[in-house]
Design a protein around this ligand. Sequence first.
Ligand code: ZN
Length: 306
Amino acid sequence: MEKQQISCFLWLVFSTFTFLGFAQESGVDTSIHKGLKTLKTDYSFKTFVSNDTLKRSDQTLENLNLAKHYFDALFETYLDFVVVLIENKLWEKHAYFPPPGMPQAIKGNIILGLGKSLLSQTVERALLEVPKAHWSTLTTVYGDPLDLDLFYRDILSIHELVHLYQFKNGTQPQRKWLQELFANMGMYAFVKAESKALYPLMDTYPNFVLKSGARMATYRTLNDFEDKYVQELSPQNYEWFQMQFYKQAQTIIDENGPSILVDLLNFLVETDLSQTEQLTDAALLTALDAKVGESVANVMRHWKTP
Ligand SMILES: [Zn+2]
């Protein structure tokens, strides 16, 4: 029972990664900023809040600032983006999709929960319904009582930021799994290199959920992921794929270092379907070997279906 519940939680987390295939304008969509207050910060990116009296996570903005510097330098670019912090009751008015607190990056905006998000409340409440012995390891990282916004907002905002570096120049990747692998690789590379404090926040909750196993994943091939994606995969099944990408991302970055992110970003942009035809699986493997590296191609080449 608890495993099933836990699986349900995480699909919410990772379903945010699936709405990122929207056509993207080169600029920032400012239409969602109407009625919001500007938050004064020392950072180069603008920040809007729906309510300036609610407690904010200033650490989230600090993390994003550090991450922006890291990725701007790595990718030799300057990313123009806006952070939008929205409380639960105004989420529907400003965000692109529910539920409140679901991090999302679309059209130059990173939208995050403000205050205690409905998303984390839902997950924490469900955890309280299973014996604490099953999830007590989480309390050492996320506090007691749990504060899972430390994962949803502070950590996944970095994943969303990585997507924007791709979306700046292309939103139609050869494969959706490559796009998600890229965001996981970027998040992992940044946290590993720049913030030992964030590492347990990034790693503990996913590992906790990974232990729930694969029994809920009916579909397990990369072709399944491409064909069905979030629309046709069950939440638990979609979650299972994202977990595999996260673990693969760790291995790839550990073996290659962050420079492979540059090669993968260039590949995603150069082979964007707005520019080129869709490659066959065989042609994609050959191209990945030549232009990015075997370790990324090997995700597809050696994909194991338990
Ligand atoms: Zn994603």
